[in-house]
Design a protein around this ligand. Structure first.
Ligand code: ASP
Ligand code: MG
Length: 419
């Protein structure tokens, strides 16, 4: 079995879906994981926000746009005014959720997940039907029933042990050898829908590869492979032919948007190679990520955007690491805030964290617990691995915008104000 994952950009229109078919070619024993089409997840977030604000008209309008967008793709694929029952039913259900839900703020994450999950349900319904129509029988898999998550919404982890028998049962003895399942979604133990965090489809695919003992996993993307920097931010970016799991996990964690940070572990645990390959040209080699690789010869620059810098100090001037570390981190954990960089002095603890929904609640809770907290928004975290003198001089100089610089022998990390 192989696992292929196609992201939203690769299936954003009918040409993309046709190209998916072309890439799959006559491959069999294949588990295909698909994300929501194009910018659908962003649009569904707006549907949720309408519900949250009590603006049902706004939600309905977004859903109507999404209906039209997907209908156009279906019509283009079938060359006519075709409607797919599965897709119609999903839109009807989404409309019902948006119209009938009695929203309560404490359930925000549950309703967020319930709504945004439709993106992947709809995209896979279309892809599965289209492949069948194009002569490739396949089975549509409902990942809400196969990936059991922890009891948590919006950023849930998958319980591999609980999921393994479910997913295996869904694919064995079915008479099929091609499967199409949703990225990004799973089912919580209480039966509700859970999502795995934005861009989580890579992680879904890695979990499926782990459980099914896949020989390899491929992510088909709109880039040639993994680059040493984002070419939009750093013009002289080059492609890296191979990486080991450790480098890949560090890169993903630092914010390189090649793969979701949780993707590497399920693959590493079963030694499954991961190929990042260009959607536009199947012949190009892309990048391979596996246990052993040639050393990376170029510096790697990763910019993590939308960061917040929290500087925390105990009002009674307690030593922050010795006396207050546990209190601070258990408080942050309660609000699901993860530190991307930690810096301390005797009494100050600075944390660079993602800008998420609950930052302000966490800041209030810290203040209530006896801390002074300074919050600096609009920050970014630049990580440079394998820097040399020239790169250091160019990017890592302390200046008015740089708030923190951490340097080790091979890596520099800067917290700086957004440009
Ligand atoms: N559709 C989801 C998102 O846009 C998951 C993914 O693309 O991997 O975040
Ligand atoms: Mg996406």
């Amino acid at each position: 079995m192989k696992v292929y994952k196609f992201g939203g950009a690769s299936v954003r229109n009918a040409d993309g879906v046709r190209n998916l078919h072309k890439i799959v070619g006559d491959e069999r024993n294949l588990f295909i994981v698909v994300s929501a089409m194009g910018k659908t997840t962003n649009a569904l977030e707006k549907v949720f926000e309408g519900l949250q604000r009590g603006d049902r008209a706004a939600s309905a309008e977004r859903i109507a746009e999404l209906r039209a967008y997907h209908a156009a793709i279906v019509e283009d694929l079938w060359h006519g005014p075709v409607r797919l029952d599965a897709v119609e039913e999903l839109f009807a259900e989404l409309e019902r959720v948006a119209a009938d839900t009695v929203y309560r703020p404490e359930d925000a994450e549950l309703w967020y997940d319930t709504i945004v999950a439709f993106g992947e349900l709809i995209s896979t319904a279309i892809v599965s039907e289209y492949l069948r129509h194009a002569g490739m029988p396949n089975l549509w898999i409902d990942m809400r029933r196969c990936l059991r998550t922890e009891q948590r919404h919006k950023d849930a982890s998958v319980d591999l042990e609980a999921s393994a028998p479910l997913l295996r049962a869904a694919v064995t003895g079915t008479g099929h050898n091609v499967f199409v399942g949703q990225g990004f979604i799973g089912g919580a133990p209480d039966g509700t829908t859970a999502t795995l965090g934005r861009e989580g489809s890579d992680y879904s695919a890695a979990v499926a590869a782990n459980i099914l003992g896949a020989e390899s996993m491929s992510i088909w993307k709109d880039v040639d492979g993994v680059m040493n920097a984002d070419p939009k931010a750093f013009p002289d970016a080059v492609q890296i032919p191979e990486l080991n799991y450790l480098d890949a996990i560090e890169l993903a964690y630092s914010g390189a948007q090649i793969i979701h940070p949780k993707t590497v572990k399920p693959l590493q645990n079963r030694n499954i190679p991961l190929y990042v390959r260009p959607f536009g040209d199947k012949r190009k080699p892309g990048t391979v990520i596996r246990g052993m690789s040639a050393p990376v010869e170029v510096p790697i620059l990763i910019l993590k955007k939308d960061q917040v810098l929290l500087t925390i100090r105990s009002r009674d001037l307690s030593f922050v690491l010795e006396e207050k570390f546990g209190t601070i981190f258990s408080l942050l954990e309660r609000y699901r805030i993860k530190a991307n960089l930690i810096h301390n002095s005797a009494v100050n603890l600075s944390l660079c964290v993602d800008n998420t929904w609950h930052i302000d609640d966490a800041v209030s809770a810290l203040r209530d617990a006896g801390f002074d907290v300074l919050k600096a928004a609009d920050m970014e975290l630049l990580t440079i691995r394998g820097y040399d003198e020239a790169i250091y001089m160019r990017y890592a100089q302390i200046g008015p915008k740089v708030f923190i610089r951490q340097t080790t022998q091979s890596t520099v990390r800067l917290v700086r104000k957004r440009e």
